[in-house]
Design a protein around this ligand. Sequence first.
Ligand SMILES: [Mg+2]
Length: 403
Amino acid sequence: MHMDRFPPPGDEKESDRVKITEIETIVVGSRMEGAGRLTDRNFTYVLVHTDEGITGLGEATLEGHDNAVLGMIADLTQLVIGEDPRRVAYLTEVMMRQKFWGGGAIKGSAVAGIELALWDILGRSVGQPVHQLVGGAVRDRIRYYLNGWAAGALEPSAIAEKAAGALEAGHRAFKFSLAVPSWSVHDRELVQQLDAVLDAIRGQIGDLPLMYDGHGRYDAELAIALAEPLAAHHCMFFEEPVLPDRVRDMAKVARGSRLPIAAGERLVQKEQFIDFLQVDAFSIAQPDLAHCHGFGEGLKIAALAAGFGAGIAPHGPMSPVLTAISLHFDAVVPNFVIQERLQMGAWCESLITTPLKMSEGFLSIPGGPGWGIELDLDVCRAHPPIDVAIPRMFRADGGVADW
Ligand SMILES: [Mg+2]
């Protein structure tokens, strides 16, 4: 990727006009040993090439729906080929509003992958990091929490061991989940299991930040029951206690719980966030920049959340590329709370040529032009796509449970 600079838009001769020449996608398979299939991923990267030699990088990973996102990116390509990549806001409008069908996670992720690459091009074209282009950082470093460290462990002693390992590795905030099917409304066994696991984790990490992700597995009544041990163990938030499109249920849980509710990774349009924010259904919004149509839309969601007094904890259990991109976002969002990061195989860190800097629970803000990272194409080629299936769950009576 070259660092040549473009002339400013509108100032150039027609012969100097910058044009998008190609949208390239690269799919990289990532399997984390010892985690079952919980954190299997195909990282979907988008490279936007230009006739000036600058290439932008974005990520559009949507677990288990890789082919659909690749197809959507192909459908969007005709809208942007030949256009000036520096018109990021305009091209985002084009992709979101044209070709009739809008919304949804598939389109939200595909648009995001291209949009993120356009920001990278814009930053590289003026030799500035993206966070500088939108007003500059409001903080010096980014607090993050680790996800995926429990690797599917369910027994208190096993989870305690994993927590000790994550602490030893230098992490200082932790999220976990109990991926077991539950009964509707009342499940005393699960409430007791969660209580015991929380005891075990607190025994290792002390008072460090701890969060629980429900993955939308529960109905409102059971979620309120689970919120009791979570509040008693001083968890920072209870994520997706109910399915993410259930506004009334989420609001009911928020009213009935003694800890903050967080959600938003599966909301991809700013209008959806308003529905939840205006009834106080969550106090922490979790947009994912690879799903919510990109960086620009993420900033609008953050501003909406701020208006309702809500914080932002970006979702992002993906590759270091999305983490690096999210760090630029975290740097400029005043109501930022904490950034998600996935524990992954060591080789994954080398997908970018300059690994992210981590120290005592914080990540450094990348400082180079664009996103400040370069994708290592050799590492990508060494890890072809894998067969990814999001785990499926069934209740003891054979009924379908949410994952
Ligand atoms: Mg989640």
